[in-house]
Design a protein around this ligand. Structure first.
Ligand code: BGC
Length: 468
């Protein structure tokens, strides 16, 4: 946001920007925990499976997938809590649940307790996955909202990468307890950092606490934007959409778009790469260190392309990145599928082709569908039901993730690498067609104007400046 009011306002503008960035960075620790806790288990399992009298593959699968079940429940609960108790309290509660779950996993005396710990961590991961973009989306000025909300996705990818590195670094001592336990550090930082943050101004307005909202907005927006934003949010809040309205004709398109984006984000195969790439490459004949190295490479590309996306989202808009990224994902999947044509054992050129395919796929996901899904679901829902609607989309995402994750290895056994990746490639083409036809552009628009359009409400009277 540039200053137009002379030199003296420059420090204020800088201060405002810093406050918004600090809030986004602190809450994005929730994203870091999301990435770390979902990524860490692949490496930890290698050492865990010889404990507790030895684990069967089914028991290993349970350790991985119960987190996803917990996340589904966490996303549902957090939607309600964030609408009732506020966004800030929900983030604080989420941080506490993270700490409890992580401590229980690190000090677990038995396998069943570890499963309970994974469910508890899942509750926190699911909650963080919806409340963090929700909070940042309402805190951020529209012009920079895309980049700031997507800091969360960047944090997820950094969390995944850090978990790969932690697994690798601790592998010589086989210290799986510490692999799980390290997550307590960002969880504690999230709790402490959040204590010093303000409640979301939009939620405060929705609660009728205008004075508190005004005080927060004065810290975050240019002075002449505060009142118009309050009026606009109030006008929207007064229309009193209710949870039942999620299915009303005016809201249904947004609900469907969010759920479709959620499901497409998962059924196009991202987590088969994120969770299984090392085992896949190892089984295909690569040495464990090459497989691990390829995995770290995939993690780095994931982070790098997310940074590119953050720089572009508020310039090119969401749609171009989503569409180009999805085309790249399809290309990556087809290249990977063809690399397995000669059978499940990869050699020389086919191993390189598989790695190139997976890298192109992951990089393309990171520039489009990865960040754009979490961003759009923070933008397209009416204020009154935003928490509830985001939790529907997040729960759909975790549910689809669970189904893909638990069925992938069976599917791989049944139809082979070429079959599975062709399937993902074709599903990616279906996703592309859907995005092209249905996904709106939200760049630079106020959340209120996006909502007005989706609900067919009239524009506000043309007095004063609209919240930029
Ligand atoms: C997805 C996760 C995925 C991650 C990979 C997120 O947007 O929701 O399921 O593991 O991206 O970077």
């Amino acid at each position: 946001m540039t200053t137009t009011t002379g030199k003296s306002s420059v420090p204020d503008e800088v201060r405002r920007r810093r406050r918004v960035i600090a809030a986004a960075a602190i809450t994005a620790l929730g994203g870091l925990l999301f990435g770390y806790d979902t990524g860490v288990v692949s490496g930890a399992l290698l050492f865990l499976k010889t404990n507790f009298g030895g684990l069967s593959s089914f028991q290993e699968e349970l350790v991985t997938s119960l987190l996803l079940v917990g996340a589904m429940a966490g996303a549902i609960l957090a939607g309600r809590l964030s609408d009732k108790l506020g966004r800030k309290r929900t983030v604080l509660g989420t941080a506490l649940v993270f700490i409890v779950g992580v401590a229980l996993a690190a000090f677990t005396p038995s396998y069943p307790v570890l499963l309970i710990a994974r469910i508890i961590i899942g509750l926190a991961v699911g909650s963080a996955s919806m409340v963090v973009p929700l909070y940042i989306g309402e805190f951020a000025p529209p012009k920079v909202r895309g980049g700031l909300v997507s800091l969360n996705q960047l944090a997820i990818t950094v969390g995944i990468l850090v978990s790969y590195l932690a697994d690798y670094g601790l592998s010589s001592t086989a210290n799986w307890r510490l692999m799980f336990g390290l997550a307590a550090i960002p969880a504690a930082a999230l709790f402490v950092g959040m204590l010093f943050q303000h409640e979301s101004p939009h939620w405060l307005i929705e609660q009728g606490r205008d004075d508190e909202a005004r005080a927060v907005l004065r810290l975050l927006r240019e002075p002449d934007q505060v009142e118009p934003e309050i009026q606009e949010v109030k006008q929207i809040a007064q229309t009193r959409a209710s949870a039942r309205d999620l299915l009303a004709p005016a809201i249904r398109p947004a609900l469907l778009t969010g759920v479709a984006l959620a499901v497409f984000q998962q059924i196009t195969g991202i987590n088969t790469v994120i969770y299984y790439a090392p085992s896949l490459l190892h089984d295909a004949g690569l040495g464990s260190s090459s497989a691990l190295l390829a995995n770290v490479g995939i993690g780095i590309v994931n982070v790098g392309m997310t940074i590119v996306a953050i720089r572009l989202l508020d310039r090119t808009g969401r749609r171009p990145l989503l569409l180009c990224g999805t085309i790249g994902m399809a290309v990556g999947m087809f290249v990977t599928a063809f690399s397995f044509l000669g059978g499940s054992h990869l050699t020389g050129a086919s191993a390189i082709a598989a790695i190139v395919g997976l890298v192109v796929y992951t990089g393309s996901f990171a520039i489009g569908l990865g960040p754009v899904f979490w961003l759009l679901i923070a933008e397209i829902y009416p204020l009154r039901v935003r928490g509830a609607a985001m939790s529907v989309a997040s729960t759909a995402n975790w549910g689809a993730n669970f189904i893909v994750t638990v069925s992938f290895l069976t599917l791989l056994g049944a139809i082979g690498g070429t079959g599975v990746f062709l399937l993902f490639g074709c599903l990616t083409l279906v996703a592309l067609a859907y995005f092209y036809l249905k996904v709106p552009e939200t760049k630079g628009r106020s959340l209120q104007s996006i909502e007005r359009d989706l609900r067919g409400l009239p524009a506000p009277p043309a007095t004063g400046r609209r919240a930029a």
